[in-house]
Design a protein around this ligand. Structure first.
Ligand SMILES: Cc1cc2nc3c(=O)[nH]c(=O)nc-3n(C[C@H](O)[C@H](O)[C@H](O)COP(=O)(O)OP(=O)(O)OC[C@H]3O[C@@H](n4cnc5c(N)ncnc54)[C@H](O)[C@@H]3O)c2cc1C
Length: 494
């Protein structure tokens, strides 16, 4: 879609009020603000129905449903455009990343690593999450020219949404409602609400459990296991996969599992949790391999589901249960101009991916429409110690592709390994014979959460392996691991 200049947009902008702020839904300061706002949202949903018919429609160019990381970047990217924007958010403006996900988890992982006590870490976490005050995020949206409506929104039709008792007639609608943690259907778990946590609950917790069972050993599960073990909680990590990150080279999962075990995490792999029950003051989890685990709390990290249930997608002819039909430009397969960005788009759950998708959709709403979700490579990190990094497709995704060659290296090959007493460290890099350029990389090792940038640049810049193999890496850095790998790749490409 091309840029929309002209009188039409200016008329729409003028018709849209600068601020429509329903303060009844504004989250309170302090712990639990998210939950309070959720209740407010439910109440509003009930009253919305009654009020919408009697209120007149407000006009705008773009409606953004949700004010998380994706929405914030979209508003920023459109701020110089003539488009009038209205953003709907029933909970904390800023979404999960700053308040209950990335930021508090990274802060607490750091605190555990440097030996701080739980109470100190909780106090610092309150500062890091701005005491759950989203004022900074809200004013930034408004400074960028958006109208913020503190209510949940849902579709009326492909060019209209309703929220807080009003209807908004718009030209473009962007769904940016994020994703919810899913509690797996384990027998008995549903009756243990008071002891079952999602990661968001864990990141609001004031008390540290003595024992914690983490169900699910993916990115969130591994980070949570390391975090709580670091503060002295007895952690069990339970996962159906035989090793961590099974889509990558096995060495990566082995390094992660070894590092978690070294911190005292008890890992049970290759078994599913089949039942949960209360035993006195304990919770008992029964596993498919016949063993059981006694714990105080259960943290579920088994996946998420896009937040679509309240949106009334049926009113735009979309009938989905789990995933939105979204193409590579972010457009939803529905009538009108409807887009999806961030976790709800179902392409991966990372803040940087949400931000990238926002830039892509901004380019379609107010640009030449040339950008795509996959026009740059996707990197990701898992912030365990040592960190895991991936760039591009996994080993499993590239399996059977005869055009692809891999070369690997160990951190123990490089001097920094012995000077800094590093533990483990493995990197695998793939290149294409047809292009002579890198296509993917992954590994686990000290400082790999920064080393990742070198590989992102090499892949996005389409730098030939022949050229990479000539580059210098400063001595003695972890990045020296790249040199021998590039040279090994070159021998396979020649
Ligand atoms: C524990 C944890 C740690 C993480 N750590 C990292 C990390 O280190 N690095 C990284 O890149 N990613 C990390 N992530 C993932 C990252 O947090 C998400 O990918 C990112 O926050 C998604 O942003 P979003 O804008 O799509 O969704 P959200 O931030 O969830 O925002 C969506 C917003 O939509 C609102 N909403 C819902 N329904 C409606 C409606 N009907 N109308 C209006 N608004 C609505 C919600 O209230 C919410 O505020 C982590 C996730 C978790 C759980």
């Amino acid at each position: 879609m091309q840029r929309h200049d002209g009188d039409d947009d200016l008329t729409l902008r003028a018709a849209c009020p600068p601020v429509v702020s329903d303060t009844s839904a504004r989250p309170a300061h302090g712990a639990g603000a998210g939950a309070d706002a959720d209740e407010a949202r439910t109440d509003e949903a009930r009253t919305d129905e009654a009020r919408t018919d009697v209120e007149s429609e407000i006009q705008a160019d773009v409606a953004i449903l949700g004010a998380g990381s994706a929405a914030e970047i979209l508003v920023g990217a459109l701020s110089g455009s003539p488009l009038s924007i209205v953003v709907f958010e029933p909970s904390l403006v800023g979404g999960q990343c700053p308040f209950v996900a990335c930021m508090p988890s990274k802060a607490m992982l750091h605190d555990a690593a440097v030996g701080r006590r739980w109470d100190t870490a909780v106090a610092r976490r309150r500062d890091v999450v701005d005491h759950l005050d989203d004022g900074r995020h809200a004013s930034s949206l408004q400074k960028d020219g958006a109208t913020l409506v503190r209510s949940a929104a849902r579709f009326v039709d492909p060019t209209c949404v309703e929220a807080g008792g009003r209807r908004y007639r718009v030209r473009h609608i962007v769904i940016a409602t994020g994703a919810d943690s899913v509690v797996p259907p384990i027998e008995g778990l549903g009756e243990l609400d008071d002891v079952v946590w999602t990661s968001a609950d864990a990141m609001r917790a004031e008390e540290r459990p003595t024992r914690l069972a983490v169900i699910g050993g993916g990115v969130v599960g591994c980070e949570m296991a390391q975090l709580f073990a670091g503060f002295g909680t007895e952690v069990h990590l339970l996962d159906v996969a035989e090793r961590a990150f099974p889509d990558l080279y096995p060495q990566v999962g082995e390094i992660v599992d070894d590092a978690l075990r070294a911190r005292g995490v008890k890992i049970c792999r290759g078994a599913t949790v089949e039942a949960a029950s209360r035993r006195g003051g304990n919770v008992r989890l029964e596993l498919s391999n016949g063993s059981s685990v006694m714990t105080d709390r259960v943290l579920v990290a088994t996946g998420t589901r896009p937040r679509l249930q309240e949106l009334r997608l049926d009113r735009i002819g979309v009938h989905v249960v789990d995933a939105l039909p979204v193409d590579d430009s972010g457009r939803v397969a529905a009538p009108g101009s409807i887009w999806a960005i961030g976790d709800v788009a179902g392409r991966g759950e990372y803040t940087h991916l949400a931000k990238h998708q926002a830039q892509v959709v901004a380019n379609h709403l107010d640009g030449d429409g040339s950008r795509r979700f996959d026009d740059v490579v996707l990197p990701a990190c898992v912030f365990v110690e040592p960190p895991v990094m991936t760039v591009g497709p996994t080993r499993r995704e590239l399996e059977g592709d005869d055009d692809v060659v891999w070369a690997t290296g160990e951190l123990s090959e490089i001097p920094r390994w012995s000077t800094d007493e590093l533990i483990g460290g493995f990197l695998a890099v793939a290149a294409r014979r047809s292009t002579g350029c890198l296509v993917a990389a992954h590994g686990a090792g000290a400082r790999f959460d920064e080393l990742v940038h070198a590989l992102v640049v090499a892949i996005d810049g389409e730098v030939p392996v022949r050229r990479l193999a000539m580059s210098m890496q400063p001595f003695p850095t972890v990045g020296e691991v790249l040199g021998p790998i590039y040279r090994r790749l070159l021998t396979q490409l020649d």
